[in-house]
Design a protein around this ligand. Structure first.
Ligand code: PSU
Ligand code: MN
Length: 315
């Protein structure tokens, strides 16, 4: 075993070439495919996200841990493996990377682990659905203290995460406060409200707003220059209006979902997949469409921003 700190990374040729040429590259995560969407639907979404990134002129790099390596950009067979029905792929957060790599366990990467690996590979822009955050405190201590590692990693990993805010199943007030404490710039993309995943708005404003990919890129570049090696940036892009969930349906599913967690004593990393599955099952496909469409839009925006950043750095 050598001491090279990046020995565990395998970059797809296309990704390595794009990075070497200074082209825009967008990281995509695999947990939203393997654990956030039903098998049978996730593969088409994974392929679509990659197509969307390409159509905007950037190169996609879907990230997962397979065969003892962190794969930065998946082959067609690897993407299928990540999305396979009945797969027992682990959900790997940042802290799980060392164990999974050493013990050669296959796993999908969350925002925390994908951002960390993207940064190690030299990728600065990353698209996902919703950032993890502070979970609502449940009675009887079922989840008395559950804060996603996504927030911690974003506080010291200079990657821009394009997402539709955080899931409404989280404590959004607490999450936006943690983002402030950790000095993560939060930019609303064409919005003044912090988005809440299935819904375009929340009760909380964003501190900054940008209206174009060029504006986003300028802010990101200035942030990186002033705080080198510092926090990432959160670019919050609300779900396209036509795919927003009906608010009443949303509120009902949310309350039911919280009860379900309590009844089944679901904790830790199983909370988010269980809630997403409850929404998918209870909304007759509407939440699945919403989730898919918001991630697709985030992939597009991320690619447009990555292309702008690449152009700016060549000027
Ligand atoms: N966005 C989605 N679906 C998902 C996720 C994001 O549209 O399943 C995942 C991401 O991988 C994120 C995770 O990191 O949810 C949050 O999990 P937790 O709350 O356990 O940190
Ligand atoms: Mn958690």
């Amino acid at each position: 075993m050598t001491g090279n700190p990046t020995d565990h990374l395998v970059l797809a040729d296309e990704v390595a070439e794009a990075l070497a040429a200074g082209r825009g590259v967008v990281a995509l995560e695999s947990t939203l495919l393997a654990h956030g969407l039903p098998a049978g639907r996730n593969h088409e979404v994974g392929l679509r996200l990659e197509r969307i990134v390409r159509a905007a002129g950037a190169v996609p790099a879907t990230i997962a841990v397979l065969g003892g390596k962190a794969r930065i950009g998946l082959t067609a067979a690897e993407l299928e493996q990540v999305c396979a029905v009945g797969t027992d792929l682990l959900k790997l957060s940042r802290r799980d990377l060392g164990p999974a790599l050493a013990l050669r366990r296959d796993g999908a990467t969350t925002v925390a682990s994908t951002a960390a690996l993207a940064h190690q590979a030299g990728i600065g822009v990353f698209a996902t659905g919703g950032l993890g955050g502070v979970h609502l405190t449940l009675p009887r201590g079922a989840a008395a203290w559950d804060v996603s590692a996504d927030l911690d990693v974003l506080s010291h990993t200079p990657v821009t995460v394009v997402c539709s805010g955080v899931k409404s199943v989280l404590d959004i007030a607490a999450t936006v406060e943690v983002l402030e404490t950790r000095s993560v710039p939060v930019l609303g993309y064409r919005t003044d409200s912090f988005p809440s995943f299935y819904l375009r708005v929340s009760a909380f404003p964003v501190p900054w707003r940008v209206d174009t990919p060029a504006e986003a890129a300028a802010v990101i570049a200035a942030h990186r220059a002033h705080v080198p090696g510092g926090a990432g940036v959160l670019l919050a892009n609300p779900i396209p209006a036509e795919h927003e969930l009906d608010r009443e349906l949303h509120d009902r599913l949310l309350l039911e979902g919280m009860d379900l967690l309590r009844e089944r004593n679901i904790r830790g990393k199983d909370v988010t997949p269980a809630l997403l599955e409850h929404f998918h099952a209870g909304s007759d496909g509407a939440s699945l469409t919403a989730n898919t469409e918001l991630v697709a839009d985030n992939a597009r925006v991320a690619a447009e921003v990555a292309v702008e950043l690449a152009q700016a750095s060549r000027r």
